[in-house]
Design a protein around this ligand. Structure first.
Ligand code: NOJ
Length: 759
């Protein structure tokens, strides 16, 4: 034991010494390089451009990129794709610019690169951290093989408002789950060695609070107390920093009246001084310029504000490039402000190994081998199946039998264009497996499939127009709506079971895709009404990038599978789940509201001074609604399996603890159903009396376990003082003595409880 400790200590000492040596080497390399750099060249490093002609992710593209690269006015590029183009651009920098400083090549690799995996919100519903790490790992392997070394991911914005289209890109509403996912993704992208040619630098975004846009309207103002910020919104960013993320992206919104991109408290005091972040900060797309519209001044003023705040790289807007020199001459910024930012960009390039070899990530051989490889397609299928959430399964209608006749209906049943979901900028939708193909692949010859489209995704022309901004995702059928429905009803009548593949178009979520009405489009509601009147069992498979208001639809359906947008292998993965090749295990990472009036809705709410009694009807002078319950339709953490699990009561190793002690909370979980399956066992804690009001529950642990039919397992969670801490009114992370409740269960609303005291 002692020997092990000595060896361990020696190892960590030598690792630390090695890291220090590397830092010294890097620092002196960069100092020497910077001595040779002109002011213009230094400012050039702070300039991130998108040349157009590649992937467009905003409304502006930069002109004259080639000339700018040659004259040292560009630090990095994004939006260009493929080894050939990236190689050409790198050659311009590495051979034709005066100091031959290589470029960074970034991209929005959000849920896969060319191989597209499920949207992040879906992945978060797997509660499977090793799977999520693998998603990021495979994305890095594929993207790095194609010339990229930097991704604008993970997006870790906590969101409590499903009207916001960007909930699709994040991990839902909970800071604890969100933090675990942030960590797993950074690890997956960056690996242990950023210099390796198959790892890429991650960029945590959008710092900060972007998910709290008022009214769920994208780019809107946010305003919240520091307490809410520290306790609920900041932890996932902090987790990414602690995991060593190389870069941070500023958000578009303001914080305490100052846009994040000019917010020195945020970018310097919190991020660097308190959290110790050592990488660089890039703005979001034209976020510097947008501060003119925020009302902070002209381009020169806002650019200087951003640099002074601690922002290092300016995305697309070229405010830094065009004004910083003037600001320096006018003493609005200092030489050292520019030097610090420039050094941080050069450090990133150094850490990625670009100074050793600017073409490190550019290899036609690797690209041929890794891009869209079979192993990634297979993984995509697994990831998608593991991300789906079974919301209802009456009469055990699922899994389906591989016999009889199935009416397969709905606008997303035979559709390639929408399977990838939002932010799949490098994914080719035409490579997707549509559901009809997946079902044919799995069902085999014993099943007759009657297909009918049944409805357009929507008939609302305004929505069609917005859904089709990036090409035709919503096609309007030449038959009229009633004809489409009649055809589907006819197929339903001739079948044993109806499988209806319904949902949103992929462009209904993502950036600039907020909706005030998050119901299923009317065309599809009419279809489901007609199908349910046939009396046949209806299995609804819902594709969406957000929780929708689906109370009536879940009542009409016999079974309901929330499939999100599953990426390239959607069709096979849905079939795997429907026919029981995979027993669903997903759990919601966002509460599903009953109606939009309940929003914002989240499980970790505060009790208030007039709480509604548990399961009580609406009462006068209580915090409730006249017309809807306080409870969501489906709570955070909810999800069914084809099997059932029972939970024993909680056993505590002790009913009191002192600050230095740990207690153990255990339950026995038994698979009481007819299938082997996985369960996510969830631990929540409630601090019953504290100096700052506490939410009714906070997730503090979870374990995803596999149990064979009939098998039981003890699941234990250690609870130390760390799990009992909260931010007090001085923003100190403290635990206060008193009584705590522990909850363990299958979702945030269905739990066993026990109590203990912190002395
Ligand atoms: C704007 C988006 O907000 C951000 O998430 C993305 O990374 C950039 N555009 C670059 O495409």
């Amino acid at each position: 034991m002692l020997r092990k400790m000595i060896v361990g200590a020696a190892l960590s000492l030598s690792l630390a010494a090695g890291a220090q040596q590397n830092d010294t080497k890097m620092n002196s390399f960069i100092t020497n390089l910077m001595k040779k750099m002109t002011l213009d060249e230094k400012i050039g490093q702070l300039n991130l451009l998108t040349p157009g002609g590649g992937i467009l992710t905003g409304s502006v593209v930069n002109p004259d990129v080639e000339a700018k690269i040659k004259s040292g006015k560009v630090g990095g590029l994004f939006g260009i794709i493929g080894v050939d183009k990236i190689k050409q651009a790198q050659e311009l920098a590495a051979t034709q610019s005066r100091l031959k400083i290589p470029l960074l090549f970034g991209s929005d690799i959000i849920h896969g690169y060319k191989t597209t995996y499920p949207i992040p919100l879906a992945l978060s519903c797997s509660w499977d951290m090793s799977m999520i790490e693998q998603v990021a790992r495979l994305s890095a392997v594929e993207a790095s093989a194609d010339g990229l070394c930097w991704t604008f991911s993970p997006m870790v914005d906590i969101a409590r408002d499903p009207r916001w289209g960007r909930v699709a890109e994040g991990a839902g509403e909970d800071p604890y789950l969100g933090s675990q996912i942030a960590k797993a993704m950074v690890k997956g992208y960056q690996g242990n060695d950023l210099k390796a040619n198959n790892t890429i630098m991650a960029c945590v975004k959008h710092f900060a609070l972007y998910g709290a846009a008022e009214g769920g309207r994208d780019y809107n103002t946010t305003d919240m107390s520091r307490l809410r910020m520290y306790e609920y919104y900041l932890p996932p960013y902090k987790a990414a920093i602690d995991a060593g993320v190389g870069s941070v992206m500023s958000s578009f919104n303001e914080i305490d009246g100052i846009p994040a991109t000019a917010n020195r408290w945020l970018m310097t005091d919190l991020l660097r001084k308190q959290w110790g972040f050592k990488g660089f900060v890039v703005t979001d797309y034209t976020a510097v310029n947008e501060m003119i519209d925020h009302g902070l001044g002209n381009l020169q003023t806002v650019s200087a504000l951003a640099l002074k705040a601690g922002v290092d790289m300016d995305m697309v807007g070229e405010g830094f490039l065009n004004t910083l020199k003037k600001s320096l001459q006018e003493k609005k910024i200092t030489q050292s402000d520019i030097d610090i930012a420039c050094r941080r960009i050069l450090e990133a390039k150094y850490k990625l190994g670009l100074f050793d070899d600017p073409y490190r990530y550019i290899s036609t051989d690797r690209a041929t081998k890794e891009v869209l490889s079979t192993d990634k397609r297979e993984a995509a299928r697994r990831f998608a199946a593991h991300s789906m959430v079974l919301l209802k399964n009456n009469n055990d209608i699922l899994p389906l039998k591989k016999s009889g006749t199935i009416a397969l209906v709905g606008p997303l049943a035979n559709n390639k264009s929408n399977m990838l979901g939002t932010w799949a900028v490098s994914g080719d939708a035409q490579l997707s497996v549509p559901v009809i193909d997946g079902i044919k692949n799995i069902a085999g010859n014993g099943v007759q499939i009657l297909y009918a489209k049944g409805a357009n995704i929507t008939d609302d022309s305004a929505l069609v127009k917005m859904g089709n901004v990036f090409g035709e995702k919503i096609s309007l059928d030449s038959r009229n709506p009633q004809q489409l429905i009649d055809e589907a009803v006819e197929a339903a009548r001739r079948s044993d079971v109806v499988v209806a593949i319904l949902g949103e178009a992929s462009e209904f979520t993502g950036e600039s895709a907020s909706r005030s009405d998050i119901s299923l489009p009317e065309s599809q509601r009419n279809l489901l009404d007609a199908l349910s009147k046939t009396g046949k069992p209806v299995v609804v498979v819902m594709m969406s990038g957000r929780p929708l208001t689906i109370q009536k639809e879940t009542e009409q359906a016999t079974a309901f599978l929330q499939a999100w947008f599953g990426g390239h292998e959607t069709g096979n993965a849905i079939a795997d789940v429907l026919f029981g090749n995979y027993n669903p295990s997903g759990k919601l990472s966002m509460s599903f509201p009953r109606n939009v009036g309940q929003i914002p809705i989240y499980y970790n709410y505060k009790r208030t001074g007039r709480p509604q009694a548990e399961n009580a009807p609406t009462q006068k002078f209580r915090s409730n609604y006249l017309d809807v319950s306080n409870k969501p339709l489906f709570p955070f953490g909810y999800g069914l399996s084809y099997t059932t699990f029972s939970y024993s009561g909680i056993r505590l190793s002790n009913t009191s603890m002192t600050p230095g002690q740990t207690i153990k909370a255990s339950v026995t979980v038994t698979n009481t159903g007819n299938y082997d399956g996985e369960e996510v066992v969830q631990l929540y804690i409630y601090d019953q009396v504290a100096s700052v009001t506490q939410p009714v529950k906070k997730l503090k642990g979870f374990q995803k376990i596999f149990l064979r039919k009939g098998e039981s397992r003890e699941v234990s969670f250690p609870i130390s003082i760390e799990e009992l801490k909260f931010f007090n009114s001085e923003l100190k992370w403290v635990a206060e003595p008193g009584d705590f409740k522990i909850y363990i269960g299958t979702n945030s609303d269905n739990v066993k409880d026990a109590s203990f005291t912190l002395k």
